[in-house]
Design a protein around this ligand. Structure first.
Ligand SMILES: [Zn+2]
Length: 147
């Protein structure tokens, strides 16, 4: 077996394989600086911390929010209205799917990008995609420099 390429997480400080990080195009290595476990914990904590604020905000502004949404929605017609209804229907489904498959986001993305079934995607494929991102970015920066 080839040695696994790892990266140190800025959150927990552990060395983890690249498949344990979400893809993040604007980072130099194409991956998040914190591992999936750390980011998930962080997101949960933030959501929990902000919950009273948003609950209070919605209660205080319920009427205004409702009016604004209704006004915007009633301005939609024809193709726009159709697209909006479809997005609402699909968005709900998509959200539920993401919540369930939270841990396999990177491999799920790879599967979507490459068309390879998700159970056939190993860390090598993730690594290859990260390398491709690195090269694309390098080429872009070289092109920018040449101008
Ligand atoms: Zn971590």
């Amino acid at each position: 077996m080839r040695p696994e390429i790892t990266k140190r997480c800025k959150g927990c400080g552990e060395d983890k394989p690249h498949s344990e990080y979400h893809i993040h195009q604007s980072n130099a290595d194409g991956l998040r600086s914190k591992c999936k476990t750390c980011r998930s914990a962080e997101n949960k904590a933030n959501k929990e911390r902000n919950r009273p604020y948003f609950a209070e905000y919605h209660k205080r502004n319920a009427r205004r929010i409702c009016e604004r949404v209704n006004a915007w929605r009633s301005g939609l017609s024809g193709e726009k209205l159709k697209r909006y209804s479809r997005a609402v229907a699909e968005g709900g489904k998509r959200f539920r799917k993401t919540r369930k498959g939270e841990l396999s986001t990177t491999k799920g993305n790879m599967s979507k990008l490459t068309g390879i079934p998700i159970d056939m995607i190993d860390d090598g494929v993730v690594e290859a995609k990260a390398e491709q991102l690195r090269l694309t970015r390098l080429i872009r920066s070289l092109k920018k420099g040449a101008k």
